[in-house]
Structure formats: structure tokens, C-alpha cells
Design a binder for this molecule. Structure first.
Ligand code: UDP
Ligand code: MG
Length: 319
């Protein structure tokens, strides 16, 4: 019989773990789906890992790990994927904003041969105006950069084992899970869902963390910002040709003393362009630097439940 693994990245979610584990276990047992739940506590400072341990103690289908510090949701997802043993894997938030009711639908699509089932949002749930605007801007930029419509996509998706193995084999450290499943290809079908209200606790994203996430994802998926530097260069050159001609004409006609305003403006504009360009290039160099160092995406400090393999800093699967 095939097994379904569910990966649930959790950061300071002590109030959600027990409830989510119960809801999922009941649903899957009712639908006669063999399953495992993999909770990854992302360096939580509350009792999240204790709750995972408690859940794992009563249900042998539950396992989990704790990070040594907060490594971010991406790292949580990848650690979870690494620990799964199922034939298909679903990634979902542990606050039940991704409705478990669509899991049977995803599962039956997978059984009929679909390799990637994308969870597509029908609405955006209840969000503040600031969040809506920044998330909207983020998805606009992202969709443009990676040339795929990302606005309704989410981290809620089902992946076949093949796809999981492809993603786990990627050597890169700065991953963007949401877009990587598009990038990987395979036979993909959508499943539509309504974003639910968060069960307990509050959202972990602030405006700035979202901005940071947006920039790092945009640059990890596209080199377009670098080409922007070239465009700025071309614009400046065209501009300078026009000004050069004007300056020469003035010089020849003997009226070349004035023009301090032009000089000041030029210094400001070119200085601005140069620094912006250096910033963009610097950002990419920073990313290269991070990749080259080759540090692990995450460090696991504790595990619970039936986890095979050995925990030495980061988790490695033992064949
Ligand atoms: N999360 C995580 N690490 C983080 C931030 C969030 O693992 O650094 C998890 C969080 O526990 C939740 C999911 O990612 O399961 C989505 O986070 P949240 O609900 O705060 O975001 P929102 O739903 O508001 O976009
Ligand atoms: Mg949420």
C-alpha cells in the first residue's frame, strides 16, 4: 500500500501541534490512507517541540525534529522532505490555514498518475492592507521575474517521491520551494482551496521579513536585476551623448561658463545609478558567497519518533 507523508514546518506553534495532528490523523484514518506526519520545529522558543514529542508518543505515525535555531520556513520544508519515507509528500502549514479537507482530492489525483498537485488559493484569507499590498507587489515582481503566474500559488502541494528526490538532490542552498516545483516540471494539476483562518497564535511574517524573503527569492530565481544594470548604463550613455553635443556646441560658440546645475545633477544621477548597480551586483556576490561556503541549510538538534539515520549536525539519510 502506498504511503502519504505530510511535512509541517512549525515555528512557535505550540498551540497548534496537538490539534493539527489530531485533525490530520482522523481525516487520513477515515479515508484509509496510510500516512506519516513530519513536524519540523524551526528553532521555536516555545514548547513546540515538546508538543511534537507528546504527539509522537501517542501516535507512531508522527515524527519530528527541532532545529538548533530559526532557519526559516524553506529550511523547515527541506528538512521535512528529507525525513519523509512516503510515496507521495504533501507540504502544508501547521496552522490549518491550508484546509486538510482537500488532502483526499490531492491523494486521488496522485493515485491517478499526477506527479505534482499544486494548491491554488481561491482567496487570500484575512490579511491586513499592508500585508495585502506587500504580498501583491511581491507576487507581481516574482511572476515577472520567473515568468510564471505565482499570485495564487502557495507552499501547499503534493509531490510524488520522484519530484521530492529531484528537489533534495539540488545542490543549492537558497531555495524557493514554491517556484521549484514549477521549475521541476512533471505532470502537474491544480487543486483549488479557500485559505482558512489561522487556528491559534499569529502570523510569523512582518512587512520587513516579507520584503527580505521577496528579494532573496527574486534573486535566487532570476538574474534580471543584473541585466537592469546594463539597461541603466545604456540609458546613461544615450543621455551623455546628447549632453556632450550640447556642451560642445556651447564651447564652440563661446558661452561655456554656465552649467553648474547640470554638473551637480549629473554627479547625483550617475552616482545614484552607480551605487544602485554596485548594490545589485553586491547582492548577487553575497549569494554566490553563501552558496560557495556550502554550509548546510539547517542544523537539527533533536529528533523524535521513528526517525532512521543518524543526527550529526544536519540530518543525513543512511541507505
Ligand atoms: N514558519 C516556519 N518558520 C518561520 C516562519 C514560519 O516554519 O520562520 C511556519 C509557520 O509555523 C507556519 C508556516 O510556516 O506553519 C506559515 O507561517 P505563518 O502562518 O506565520 O504565515 P502566513 O500563513 O501568515 O503566511
Ligand atoms: Mg499561516
Amino acid at each position: 500500500m502506498s504511503k502519504l507523508s505530510i511535512v509541517l514546518p512549525s515555528y512557535n506553534e505550540e498551540q497548534n501541534i496537538a490539534n493539527t495532528a489530531k485533525v490530520l490523523a482522523e481525516l487520513l484514518e477515515k479515508n484509509l490512507i496510510e500516512y506519516e506526519l513530519v513536524f519540523i520545529s524551526d528553532g521555536s522558543s516555545d514548547g513546540t517541540f515538546d508538543e511534537i514529542q507528546k504527539a509522537a508518543a501517542v501516535n507512531p505515525n508522527i515524527k519530528g525534529a527541532e532545529f538548533s535555531r530559526n532557519f526559516g520556513k524553506e529550511a523547515g520544508i527541506f528538512a521535512g522532505l528529507e525525513m519523509t519515507t512516503g510515496d507521495a509528500v504533501i507540504v502544508m502549514d501547521c496552522d490549518l490555514q491550508h484546509p486538510p479537507q482537500v488532502i483526499p482530492e490531492m491523494w486521488s489525483k496522485w493515485q491517478s498518475g499526477v506527479e505534482v498537485v499544486e494548491g491554488i488559493k481561491k482567496n487570500r484569507g484575512k490579511e491586513s492592507l499592508g500585508y495585502k499590498l506587500s504580498a501583491g507587489l511581491f507576487y507581481k515582481i516574482m511572476s515577472g521575474l520567473i515568468k510564471m503566474d505565482m499570485s495564487a500559488s502557495s507552499d501547499f502541494k503534493l509531490l510524488d517521491r520522484k519530484v521530492v528526490d529531484v528537489l533534495l538532490a539540488l545542490p543549492e542552498r537558497n531555495t524557493f520551494f514554491r517556484a521549484l516545483s514549477f521549475w521541476a516540471g512533471f505532470r502537474t494539476e491544480p487543486v483549488y482551496y479557500e485559505v482558512q483562518e489561522r487556528q491559534f497564535g499569529k502570523s510569523k511574517w512582518s512587512f520587513w521579513s516579507l520584503m527580505k524573503y521577496a528579494i532573496s527569492n527574486a534573486t535566487s530565481f532570476s538574474t534580471l536585476p543584473l541585466q537592469l544594470v546594463t539597461v541603466m548604463g545604456i540609458v546613461s550613455i544615450l543621455f551623455s551623448v546628447v549632453l556632450a553635443i550640447q556642451t560642445l556646441v556651447k564651447y564652440i560658440s563661446g558661452t561655456a561658463v554656465e552649467g553648474f546645475t547640470t554638473v551637480i545633477l549629473l554627479i547625483l544621477i550617475i552616482g545614484g545609478f552607480l551605487m544602485l548597480s554596485l548594490g545589485i551586483i553586491g547582492h548577487y556576490i553575497a549569494r554566490i558567497y553563501e552558496e560557495v561556503k556550502g554550509r548546510p541549510k539547517y542544523i537539527i538538534s533533536k529528533v523524535t519518533g521513528n526517525v532512521q539515520g543518524e543526527v550529526i549536525g544536519s540530518w543525513r539519510k543512511r541507505q
